[in-house]
Ligand binder design. Structure first.
Ligand SMILES: [Zn+2]
Length: 65
């Protein structure tokens, strides 16, 4: 399966590692490809995280269902 990443926007969070302000809010989810399209119980397993452009740190964000 293929994971797709999508930048949603910027947050006002400060990176705890390098102190950069304004992390990139990114959504990562599985994309249906080929045979996966036929699976009825496909789980996109979407996750949100904040990505720091400076040091590359990822910080998981709770998904609101
Ligand atoms: Zn950082």
């Amino acid at each position: 399966m293929v994971r797709e990443r999508k930048s949603i926007g910027h947050t006002g969070t400060t990176c705890p590692l390098c102190g950069t302000r304004g992390l990139v809010l990114t959504e990562s989810r599985f994309v249906r490809r080929g045979l996966a399209r036929l699976r009825p119980n496909f789980d996109a397993d979407a996750r949100l995280y904040e990505l720091c452009r400076e040091c590359g740190a990822k910080h998981a964000v709770e998904l609101v269902a």
